[in-house]
Write a protein that binds this ligand. Structure first.
Ligand code: CO
Length: 134
């Protein structure tokens, strides 16, 4: 059901420092920071030949990643995102298999303007999973 790895999201306290590591030390192509108030994050996209890394910094009072960054002051992998062809069909199959879909279970428009859902980490090997319809 899942297709390509769309991105790996890494949450950090200091987006400028993280961007410099990816740009200068690792020699990757990085975007400008993009504030996404609806998601409570500022994002830098790191474009790799086969996938993307998204560097996330908390934005605003109610950022969903604020707690994660508090617990992981050096930063850490926050979630992985897999592509699916039909997010409703994917959701229904996952729910039928007993997986927990976060939020109200309805897809939201994610960082790339495409519908996304998040799945409970306890159901997926301790990893927060995002699925994105492409
Ligand atoms: Co994501």
């Amino acid at each position: 059901m899942i297709g390509r790895l769309n991105h790996v999201a890494i949450a950090v306290k200091d987006l400028a420092a993280a961007t410099a590591i990816y740009r200068d030390t690792l020699g990757a192509e990085v975007s400008e920071p993009l504030p996404q108030p609806a998601h409570g994050v500022t994002v830098v996209f790191v474009q790799l030949p086969n996938t993307k890394i998204e560097l996330l910094e908390p934005l605003g009072e109610n950022s969903t990643i604020a707690g994660f960054v508090e617990k992981n002051p050096a930063g850490g992998i926050h979630h992985v995102c897999y592509e699916v062809e039909d997010i409703i069909a994917a959701r229904d199959k996952l729910k039928a298999d007993g997986a927990r879909v976060l939020g109200n279970g309805e897809p939201k428009i994610g960082a790339h303007g495409k519908p996304v859902l998040f799945l409970h980490p306890k159901d997926f090997c301790g990893t927060l999973v995002e699925i994105e319809q492409v």
